[in-house]
Each structure stands twice: as structure tokens, then as C-alpha cells.
Design a protein around this ligand. Structure first.
Ligand SMILES: [Zn+2]
Ligand SMILES: [Zn+2]
Length: 285
């Protein structure tokens, strides 16, 4: 369930667990809910229902279970609020919105959320070590989990066992890592060549032309922040991993993005709820 698409698919495939009689259960909520299969999957959840909890989802990383979703419940906000201290996915992915201002610009009001901060680096590292990063067992491989995390990447496989890593800030996605690849340098190069700014590299000056063309990360419906910036960035850079690594190009970056477009709304929602509450949906554990 570390693969996004597998989590999305879990909502349409037949659930097969939980007391063996969930065969007729399917995701009960309409598409206009903020929590859709895609937004939930992006936020780390897969569908994990039982006859008693037909809309129960579970986080692939921390195991958090949530059910009883209400229309405006936002999976990102709720996951971050409930698990932002312990779940690496909640930290790196679901917390992105808290790093941005109204204009989708990264502001990082919390220093522990700075891209280069130790807590963020540690959370990124966990996305690699959660299930084992293949190059950690290769002696002297430059793209170790530690270096990948330090470079700003999180593990974001599109297929089980692939080596696709993504910077959630700028959307650069790269795979086909070779022993002498320096992840930080690879990331830096992509940011420079794409002209898409990345807060991992505030020193890289982005030309005006970029700003003119991209500022409005509004391909979607203009409400979402953290999804859009990375997402659209991803679409422009991610497919061009190192030219020398032909195989990597195959990894089309995820279709992430369009997911949580209703999130802004949920922000207010969140406040109403008051800290840690988690809104309408219910925690199972
Ligand atoms: Zn989690
Ligand atoms: Zn980046």
C-alpha cells in the first residue's frame, strides 16, 4: 500500500478482510465529498472497511484508522492533525498545506517544518526505510536513504519496488538511481533546468519568465495549495530523469495532484473543530 495507485485501487476492489463478510461493502460517499478515493489515497489511506465501518480507511504508514467521514472532512488536515507527530507520511505530505500561505507560496512559519530541518529530514527518511530502500544494501551507493532524505526526496513508488523519489515541494520526481548519483545535485540540477522554484534550494534564482508562466498553480480549481504546486511541477520535470538512465523515464509520475481540491474549505473546518478533534470522522484507534 506504499504505492499510491494501489491505495486508490483499494477503493474499487473487493475488500476481503475483516470478519470475512464484507463482500458487498463499497465506498459509500459521493464524489463531492472532500474525502474521495484519490484524496484519501494521497493522504496515505487505503480502503479498509468492515460491516460496521463501511467507510473505514487505514494509513499505510502509521496504521491510523478513520471512519464516518462527513462531507467536508479533509483527509490531509485530519491525518496531519491526528498523526502529525508520529506518522512520516502525515508530516511530509499532509502537512504541506500548513507550510503555505493563501497564495500557495511556501512560508514555513514553523521552523521545524523547514525543508532542511531535522524533523522533516527524518520524516522523509522514514518513507524510504519504512519498507527498506533498495540502495541501502548496496555498498557505497550515493543514493542511500539518508542522502535521498537529505536532498529533499520522499519515496513515492508507482510500482512495488521501484526507486522513484519525489520532492513534494517542487514536484521533481526521479528514478533509476545509480551508485554515483548525488541526490542533492540531481535535485538541484532539475530545479535549475526546470525553473520551478524549490524551497530546498532558496539560493537558486528563478527567472522571471518562470514566474509569469507558473505562478497560478491553478490548473485545478484554485483552492488547493500544496497539491497543486508540487503536482504541476511534477508534470514538468519528473519525466526527465537523468538522460543517461533511460529506464527511469518510464516512470510517469503520479497522477497525484488533482486530488484534494477542496481542501481550503477544510481548513476552516479544522479550526471549527478545534485542535486534534478530527472533525466528523471517527478514529478507530
Ligand atoms: Zn499515517
Ligand atoms: Zn524540490
Amino acid at each position: 500500500m506504499q504505492v499510491l495507485q494501489n491505495r486508490i485501487n483499494s477503493f474499487s476492489s473487493k475488500p476481503k478482510r475483516k470478519q470475512g463478510k464484507s463482500h458487498n461493502i463499497k465506498w459509500p460517499h459521493p464524489e463531492y465529498f472532500t474525502a474521495t478515493p484519490v484524496t484519501l489515497a494521497e493522504a496515505g489511506f487505503y480502503y479498509d472497511p468492515s460491516p460496521e465501518d463501511v467507510d473505514n480507511v487505514t494509513c499505510y504508514m502509521c496504521g491510523k484508522e478513520l471512519s464516518e467521514w462527513a462531507e467536508d472532512d479533509d483527509p490531509f488536515d485530519i491525518h496531519f492533525k491526528k498523526c502529525g507527530k508520529k506518522c512520516a507520511w502525515a508530516v511530509v505530505r499532509c502537512g504541506l498545506r500548513s507550510d503555505m500561505d493563501q497564495k500557495n507560496k511556501f512560508v514555513f512559519t514553523d521552523k521545524n517544518r523547514l525543508p532542511t530541518s531535522k524533523p522533516m529530514e527524518k520524516a522523509r527518511l522514514e518513507t524510504f526505510t519504512y519498507d527498506g530502500w533498495q540502495y541501502d544494501s548496496v555498498k557505497n551507493h550515493s543514493a542511500s536513504s539518508r542522502e535521498m532524505a537529505r536532498a529533499g526526496f520522499v519515496y513515492s513508488p508507482v510500482e512495488v519496488g521501484d526507486d522513484l523519489a519525489t520532492c513534494l515541494y517542487c514536484g521533481v520526481s526521479l528514478s533509476g538511481w545509480e551508485p554515483d548519483d548525488d541526490p542533492t545535485e540531481e535535485h538541484r540540477k532539475r530545479v535549475k533546468s526546470s525553473g520551478i522554484p524549490c524551497p530546498m534550494f532558496p539560493d537558486i534564482v528563478i527567472s522571471k519568465s518562470y514566474k509569469d508562466t507558473t505562478v497560478p498553480t491553478k490548473i485545478h480549481d484554485g483552492e488547493e495549495d500544496e497539491d497543486e504546486a508540487p503536482a504541476r511541477a511534477g508534470s514538468s520535470t519528473s519525466k526527465t530523469p537523468r538522460s543517461s538512465h533511460a529506464k527511469s523515464t518510464a516512470k510517469t509520475p503520479r497522477s497525484r495532484a488533482r486530488s484534494s481540491s477542496k481542501s481550503r474549505k477544510a481548513t476552516g473546518e479544522e479550526e471549527r473543530r478545534g485542535g486534534g478533534g478530527g472533525g466528523g470522522c471517527r478514529t478507530r484507534r
